[in-house]
Ligand binder design. Structure first.
Ligand code: BTN
Length: 266
């Protein structure tokens, strides 16, 4: 059977024969990582109509009901040290923002570092995972996982998510097919992969524009400690520059950032 996503892509699209579509997987990221370990090429894309164990950052789960969202993972094989890929999650978030904007005419915002936001609610998220070749010290593979809520109504989300989550349907009033979104996103991710290092600075300045965290009072939770401050900007690797309450400036590369006024944080 013809893969319905391939039939939406241009005939000469370079990753056309590397797009794998499944009814249901535990997690497209886990499947992509397994394929990457087995040698799957750069540009391999895994999409599932549903996930039973969709994963998010910080060990969280990602609600992935059948045909209601886009659940996609991409294998990249950038031949560079992992230290040059600190911006990968930001870059993937920008690709997702571009794809949603193309399809719906509305651009999501980003909550640092990986949450896609519409109307102050979570529309989706990014989970990037990476493996390094211990002999060369270079990146062996990177898997970019992207989940975007498309068709959920409020009551389709579990009760604990209903005040925090949104979908393209809820935020725009229109129904969008996850496969059309997949098509726009795959093209954006291909464009990103061609400019992954050369386009970094320009991409990060756009990320800074899209990042609702900037200028807000935030808390940063890291290794059991909590710091408070104001988010000032994004550095050259995608790190969050924070002015702490003691007057010092720190750049946060990892950890959980809460934004005052978002998701019930007061
Ligand atoms: C987050 O919210 O912290 C990130 C969510 C990432 C979800 C996507 S859905 C496709 C891919 N497969 C997964 O298990 N996770 C990512």
């Amino acid at each position: 059977m013809v893969n319905p996503i391939c039939s939406l892509l241009p005939g000469d699209f370079p990753w056309r024969n590397r797009i794998h579509l499944f009814d249901c997987l535990p997690s497209t990221n886990d499947y992509a990582k397994e394929l990457a370990r087995q040698g799957a090429p750069h540009g391999t894309v895994i999409i599932a109509d549903a996930q039973t164990a969709g994963r998010g950052r910080m060990g969280r789960s990602f609600h992935s009901a059948k045909n209601q969202g886009l659940y996609l993972s991409l294998i990249l094989r950038p031949q560079c040290p992992p230290a040059q890929l600190m911006h990968l999650t930001c870059a993937a978030a920008e690709s997702a923002c571009n794809a949603v904007q193309q399809l719906c005419g509305i651009r999501p915002q980003v909550k640092w570092i990986n949450d896609l936001i519409m109307e102050q609610k979570k529309l989706g998220g990014i989970l990037t995972e990476l493996s390094v070749d211990s002999k060369t010290g270079l990146t062996d593979w990177a898997v970019i996982g992207i989940g975007i809520n498309c068709g959920q109504k409020r009551t389709d989300f579990p009760p604990e998510l209903q005040d925090m989550a949104t979908s393209l349907l809820l935020s725009t009033g229109n129904a969008y097919s996850p496969y059309n979104l997949a098509c726009a996103l795959i093209c954006e991710l291909h464009r990103l992969s061609c400019n992954l290092l050369s386009g970094k600075e320009k991409m990060l300045r756009q990320y800074e524009q899209d990042c609702l965290t900037i200028g807000k009072d935030i808390s940063v939770s890291k290794n059991g400690d909590i710091f408070y401050g104001k988010a000032l900007g994004i550095d050259g690797d995608g790190g969050l520059i924070v002015l702490l309450t003691d007057g010092t400036t720190q750049t946060v590369q990892a950890g959980e950032v809460s934004v005052r006024g978002l998701y019930g944080y007061v």
